[in-house]
Design a protein around this ligand. Sequence first.
Ligand code: SAM
Length: 289
Amino acid sequence: MDETGEIGGLVAATLADFAPLAIQDLIPPPLPPGGLWDPTAPPPEEPPPTPVAWRVCFADVAQRDGAAAAVRDLSLGLAIESVDLPDDDWVARSQASLTAIHAGCFIVAPPWDLPGAPPDGVHVLVIEPSMGFGTGHHQTTRLCLDALSGLPVAGRAVLDLGTGSGVLAMAASVLGARRVHAVDIDADAIAAAERSAALNTLPTPVVFETADAFVTPPAPGDVVLANLTGAMLIRSADALGALVAPGGTLVISGFMDYERPGVETALEAFDVVARSAEDEWCAAVLRRR
Ligand code: SAM
């Protein structure tokens, strides 16, 4: 990866700790010399470095300022400007165009794009897009749904750490989990997850709770879902180990390919059963020894 890509990956991973609502690239990729319509134009001898400018939107000022401080602490010499946007419900407007997605044995659909009768073995999860991460439009949510589809969940106690929209917890319920406990540090996400859960027929009711999973740890689960960030998985590795019952399964995501070695080393109390990736985002299924 080039230097710009490495810096971008580092900044994206740092921002992920502050739940950004959107990251927009403000500078389009450069046109080749002569424009797009002259394939015979020779490439420049030394391609100029591509300037990068991102606009990153957060739900509140505390998250924005925390993210700005964390990116400054990386000492990359980046110019950072903080802007207050009018609260004109742009999140709702930007999400109004979302459509259903397919991942593993699930279709995740907003209420306005419900599929007809799904094929046998495919489950529809209705998620009202909101401030909670997890509409299925992010690679990491899809990777977790795909991993969950291949696991024996029926009859197991499932713990969803950082439930966001509640999508993975609802998926576990639909797969026949005996108990599903879903926690998130963000009370707005939990409220939205409860609203979405009410739109679904869940064989096992999901217990949603606003909590920091590593400060007030829930009871251990046989299957633990943790779509968090690489940094959080590494620094919480011991706590995560204690939340997975012996012989239990841990599904992790939210980390990027360059973070995988560090994440797997931190979680060395587990055996890696499967690895997957979409674009630069990664997931893994681990088994506690
Ligand atoms: N599980 C959903 C999915 O897979 O799409 C959402 C994952 S989202 C990447 C991570 C979620 O973890 C966010 O909703 C965030 O608020 C939550 N979170 C971050 N740190 C947490 C912590 N220490 N305890 C509980 N939740 C946390």
